[in-house]
Write a protein that binds this ligand. Structure first.
Ligand code: KIV
Length: 264
């Protein structure tokens, strides 16, 4: 696979070609999923739950994110690496600069942060200094305590309007990608159509420009009940490689996510 850049992803959106995103936290899985053709690897702060066994992403530190980003960068075979800024590592634009520098120097090609309009200045500051940003809207797991649980967001007309306006504002501030988590499928479609930048969805229906899943979830090895938006790809595959290839294929041909994986 030739090296994926933001330009590749933007051209794919223009050509209505979908792209696939998966999480990875180490060199071995980074090698495997990038060699399979996943366009973007997300070094997610979900590692706090998946690898560390915490019940939220809040305990994850910037040092831990940098450590895992380095490992992923060593294994990468050409995917674009997006790394999460963890909880409280971007509460001011200056702190966001320092935290992002640590992730970019560890091998990330861009950073992801969670939140709406209040982040516009931070996004501009990072983008102007050459750090591409993905803004994560909808269910933002770092604010789970304020949200009162892992719930679908944007179901009433006021919060839907706010999400659409936050997405446009963050794009105008310089965000290169928007990610929507647990958002009604119709709202995600409206936001995707309204924006020029690619939109990645998780639990956001089939009409976003790309899909992301936590790799451990789609391999069916995360303990406990799976969220509604997860599909276990090991059920129809006889190896991890085959499961990952099937996921990529289904994202690209639009058969994942099916209606049953989305929200109204
Ligand atoms: O941390 C993560 O893995 C994420 C995805 C759930 C989008 O942010």
């Amino acid at each position: 696979m030739s090296k994926i850049t933001l330009h590749t992803l933007s051209s794919m959106k223009k050509a209505s070609e979908k792209f696939a995103v998966l999480t990875a936290y180490d060199a071995c899985f980074s090698h495997l999923i990038s060699a399979a053709g996943t366009e973007v690897i997300l070094v997610g702060d979900s590692l706090g739950m998946v690898l560390q066994g915490n019940d939220s992403t809040l305990p994850v530190t910037i040092e831990e994110m940098a450590y895992h980003t380095q490992a992923v960068a060593r294994g990468n075979q050409g995917s674009l690496i997006m790394a999460d800024l963890p909880f409280m590592s971007y509460s001011t634009p200056e702190q966001a600069m320092d935290s992002s520098a640590a992730l970019m120097q560890a091998g990330a090609n861009m950073v992801k942060l969670e939140g709406g309009a209040w982040l516009a200045d931070t996004v501009s500051m990072l983008a102007e200094r050459g750090i591409p940003v993905c803004a994560h809207l909808g269910l933002t797991p770092q604010t789970v305590n304020k949200l009162g649980g892992y719930r679908v967001q944007g179901r009433d007309s006021e919060s839907a309007k706010q999400m659409l306006s936050d997405a446009a504002l963050l794009q105008d501030a310089g965000a290169s990608i928007i990610l929507l988590e647990c958002v009604p499928s119709l709202l995600a479609k409206e936001i995707t159509l309204a924006l020029d930048v690619p939109v990645i969805g998780i639990g956001a229906g089939a009409d976003t420009d790309a899909q992301v899943l936590v790799m451990h979830d789609m391999l069916g090895i995360t303990p406990g009940r799976s969220p509604k938006f997860v599909k276990n790809y090991m059920q129809n595959a006889d190896s991890i490689e085959a499961a990952i290839s099937l996921y990529i294929q289904e994202v690209k041909d639009g058969s994942f996510p099916a209606q049953e994986h989305g929200f109204e």
